[in-house]
Ligand binder design. Structure first.
Ligand code: HEM
Ligand SMILES: *[C@@H]1O[C@H](CO)[C@@H](O)[C@H](O)[C@H]1NC(C)=O
Ligand SMILES: *[C@@H]1O[C@H](CO)[C@@H](O)[C@H](O)[C@H]1NC(C)=O
Ligand SMILES: *[C@@H]1O[C@H](CO)[C@@H](O)[C@H](O)[C@H]1NC(C)=O
Ligand SMILES: *[C@@H]1O[C@H](CO)[C@@H](O)[C@H](O)[C@H]1NC(C)=O
Length: 342
């Protein structure tokens, strides 16, 4: 027992050490300025808005929303993830459908996405005080950080900024890019891989499920008909499966909500990994993390909150750089819901 704890401790030092990078990278760059992958910078807006501090404006509004409604933290975190995984972190998820196009937010996995009004409120305030400067994509990235950080009253990860907003959003691109709740390890790793994210990012970012809600519809198959013969998923803890069936009676109300981390779904902590290691991960995609030796080891290490926070910071910086538009690319939208000139 003591020995295995020691081994885990050593491995975690190794993992964190090797992957240090920008985990706490306030201003740490590659030797010239503050550039990181994707051409983003720390404090990109510092000298661009004279009347307001962009980052303080975002934080103030987000903290007041999360304080009034703690469930907003998970919503804003997920919004950033869904944005980044489809066409990069370019705020394509915010575009409303037009007469001719069905945008990302109209696609299947959209239903439970929210938080759009918070982004609108921030954008309106920034357009008033600093018109045409701050991208919706950066607002989404900052809001995700601030939403999670409210609980701690300090920034949980650095957000590099300078993203531009995209002009294209297609519902048809959502399905192939966003992993499904029923995805196996191979599929998850390859879907993260196409975003330049690796196994450690996959296991670490899945820890976002330490906050927030899901719905019965997404686990019904695991509980009632896993292989088509009226069975439950054998990889799910038997007692926990029973509890979940009580919460989601069959035929279930598909809208009934479930916590992914039932012990503390409003608290950003490492309890997701404790539950996961007890075979109480909610989705097939969560349980899948235990089906590979390396990711299962990572899932053990991340039970340590300090290690989880450090790794999460690092992986959020990496996710926040996926497919970003910078400099001459894209535009700064006037309204986050509409491409300029439409
Ligand atoms: C590894 C692949 C992932 C899969 C298959 C997945 C799947 C899901 C599903 C099915 C839900 C429930 C949605 C609903 O009720 O309609 C959910 C919720 C959530 N996901 Fe993920 N997710 C993944 C990765 C991530 C990542 C990388 C993040 C953020 C970094 C994230 C953050 C969240 C949050 C915060 C919620 C709760 C949202 C709320 O309470 O409104 N997920 N996820
Ligand atoms: C939308 O479709 C209509 C009719 O097909 C067309 O006249 C219009 O130019 C389209 N608008 C855009 C922005 O593509
Ligand atoms: C979400 O997607 C569903 C199904 O594709 C659609 O019926 C619904 O209108 C969409 N919701 C929003 C808010 O766009
Ligand atoms: C994982 O899922 C994919 C897509 O559904 C499937 O093609 C593949 O065979 C699965 N891999 C394993 C190891 O089960
Ligand atoms: C279980 O799955 C099988 C195969 O997909 C399907 O034929 C059957 O109708 C399902 N049973 C229930 C109760 O949904």
């Amino acid at each position: 027992m003591t020995k295995s704890v020691l081994v885990l401790f050593l491995v975690s030092i190794l993992v964190v050490g090797c992957m240090g990078g920008h985990g706490n990278g306030h201003g740490r760059g590659n030797g010239h300025g503050h550039d990181v992958a994707g051409g983003l910078k720390m404090k990109f807006y510092e000298n661009l808005c004279r009347l307001v501090s962009v980052e303080s404006t975002v934080r103030e509004i987000v903290w007041s929303k999360v304080s009034a409604d703690p469930s907003m933290a998970a919503k804003l975190l997920r919004l950033h993830y869904h944005d980044c995984f489809v066409r990069g972190c370019d705020a394509s998820i915010l575009l409303d459908p037009t007469q001719n196009t069905t945008t990302e937010k109209t696609a299947g996995p959209n239903r439970s996405i929210s938080g759009y009004e918070v982004i609108d409120e921030i954008k309106t305030k920034l357009e008033t005080n600093c018109p045409g400067i701050v991208s919706c994509a950066d607002i989404v990235a900052l809001a995700a950080r601030d939403a999670v950080s409210f609980q701690f009253r300090r920034d949980m990860w650095p957000v590099f900024t300078g993203r531009k907003d995209g002009t294209v959003s297609l519902a048809s691109e959502v399905g192939g890019n966003l992993p499904s709740a029923n995805a196996n390890f191979t599929t998850l790793l390859s879907q993260f891989g196409t975003k330049g994210l690796n196994l450690n990012d996959l296991v670490t970012l899945s820890g976002a499920h330490t906050i927030g809600l899901s719905r019965c519809a997404l686990v019904a198959r695991r509980l009632y008909n896993f292989t088509g013969v009226g069975d439950a998923d054998p990889s799910l803890d038997v007692t926990y499966a029973q509890t979940l069936r009580q919460k989601c009676p069959n035929p279930q109300n598909p809208a009934t909500t479930l916590e992914m981390d039932p012990k503390s779904s409003l608290s950003f902590d490492s309890n997701y990994y404790r539950a996961l290691n007890q075979h109480k991960g909610l989705f097939v995609s969560d349980a899948a993390l235990l089906t590979n030796r390396q990711s299962a080891l990572m899932a053990k290490i991340l039970q340590n909150p300090a290690v989880f926070f450090a790794q999460f910071a690092r992986s959020m910086v990496r996710m926040g750089a996926v497919g970003v538009l910078t400099d001459g690319q894209g535009e700064i939208r006037k309204s986050c819901r509409v491409v300029n000139g439409q």
